[in-house]
Design a protein around this ligand. Structure first.
Ligand code: GLV
Ligand code: MN
Ligand code: MN
Length: 442
């Protein structure tokens, strides 16, 4: 005996019809959506089903190439900007009107999953493709967007492509963006013809955009725990990030007495423990928790028989509350200095990026709510702990986000999983949101 369907979606998909805005019934092609998502997943596939497509790696470039191919096949007009952001446009209405944009990213963390990013890009592609095939009359153009370098795994710099499109990248932000091999982000940008003097040239004219919509996996446990199939995002917890570099002295591990050491890694260890402590302590459950993470560290010389002379830590602090986040970041920086002082070693704090939590559009939220209610889909209105391209796009246009559940809340991990039916439902709701926003009177 099969268990009953979890939602009204199977009913909807069998009937093949969804009522949209009193005009037409259009559904996405679920098989095609899942097929294309699978095709993306195979690029950069590694051990245990992990996916690695670091920004500007060959794998990531190939995933972009595949998307360009799919967009062209769908008859979208493809525009690629200088950094490689891809815009696939359908002029399904007045071509001069501001466009509704929908998308996400295709780059991943190291050994990540198959859903973080691609669900939003391929979901948007499927939505726009379905609308185009059905020749649904709209009052403005639609664009499927793939932003370059949403993940910060390589340079510590997140939402690179969308930040450039929003015109919010400043040269000082790039100074400390260096990958593990010493390659500077600024140099890569120069190789693409993007220099400090023309950073602003990638900015999209806000007058050409009506709204930005992003479908994404939740990457947390809330929807599953509450048995909801859709999340509607209120705001995004943007990170404060910096590097802390302790420089002590590399010494022989056999001959150097404990009291004579200048061990940079022990200093780092104290700071890491403090970050956990301060983040937990200053979390205000009502106003948003603070989360603090050291996710990467470089030790020199990094061998078993030498006292570590240098330790470089990456610090990532986030909260929905700007005040709470600022306070913890300040405490951590102060403690970093204090530890260095006590241990008589040197410390340097290198800022990477300090961003303010971003509220999403208050008008789009009730619209997505309404669609869920009409379809009888259980939804949750919630903040996002993860960063997204939507937080940059929100600076130049109205931005809205739709979440679908993550199994056990796992993400940035090969075990990342979202039920295919949930992905399809998310794409369908995205489609209906696009239609309503496109046809909204402004
Ligand atoms: C993006 O995945 C982030 O780091 O929040
Ligand atoms: Mn991610
Ligand atoms: Mn993502």
């Amino acid at each position: 005996e099969e268990s009953p369907p979890r939602s009204p979606f199977s009913k909807v998909s069998k009937a093949g019809n969804i009522f949209i805005a009193g005009t037409m019934n259009i559904t996405i092609d679920k098989e095609r959506l899942l097929h294309d998502l699978n095709a993306v997943s195979r690029i950069g596939l590694g051990d245990h089903g992990s996916v690695t497509r670091l920004v500007f790696s060959i794998k990531e470039l190939r995933s972009r190439q595949l998307l360009i191919h799919l967009m062209t096949q769908a008859g979208l007009k493809v525009h690629i900007d200088r950094i490689g952001n891809i815009f696939g446009r359908w002029n399904g209405g007045n071509p001069k009107a501001p466009a509704v944009l929908a998308g996400s990213h295709l780059d991943t963390v190291v050994q990540g999953g198959k859903f973080d990013g691609p669900v939003g890009v391929i979901g948007a592609l499927e939505a726009v493709r379905s609308l185009k095939e059905n020749k649904l009359p709209l009052s403005c153009p639609l664009e499927v967007v793939c932003f370059v370098g949403e993940e910060s795994s390589r340079f510590g710099f997140s939402t690179l492509g969308s930040s450039l499109v929003a015109g919010v990248v400043h040269i000082k932000d790039l100074a400390n963006a260096v990958d593990a091999h010493g390659t500077k982000l600024e140099d890569i940008l120069s190789s693409m013809g993007i220099y400090r003097d023309n950073l602003a040239s990638l900015k999209r004219d806000p007058a050409s955009v009506k709204a930005y919509l992003e479908l994404h996996i939740e990457q947390g446990p809330i929807l599953e725990a509450k048995n909801k199939r859709i999340g509607i995002v209120t705001s995004i917890a943007a990170p404060t990030r910096f590097k802390v570099v302790y420089t002590g002295q590399a010494d022989h591990s056999g001959t150097t007495p404990m009291e004579m050491r200048k061990d940079a890694l022990v200093a780092a260890a104290h700071l890491i423990a403090y970050i956990e402590e301060a983040s937990s302590e200053y979390s205000q459950m009502d106003k948003g928790r603070v989360v603090g993470t050291v996710g990467a560290m470089k030790i020199e010389p990094g061998v078993i028989n030498a006292v570590p002379g240098k330790a470089e830590l990456s610090v990532d602090i986030r909260s929905i509350s700007a005040g709470a986040k600022e306070r913890v970041a300040r405490l951590v920086m102060d403690r970093a200095q204090e530890i260095a002082h006590l241990r008589e070693i040197a410390v340097e704090i290198l800022p990477i990026r300090d961003e303010t939590p971003v509220p999403l559009d208050e008008g789009l939220l009730p619209l997505i709510k309404e669609i869920c209610e009409e379809k009888g889909v259980a939804y949750e209105v919630m903040p996002s702990g993860a960063g997204h391209d939507a937080m940059q796009m929100a600076k130049i246009t109205r931005a809205g986000m739709i979440f679908v559940p993550s199994k056990r809340g796992i993400s940035h991990n090969p075990m990342e999983w979202t039920d295919p039916e949930d992905i399809c439902l998310g794409a369908q709701i995205l489609l209906e949101t696009i239609v309503r926003v496109a046809n909204e009177k402004t």
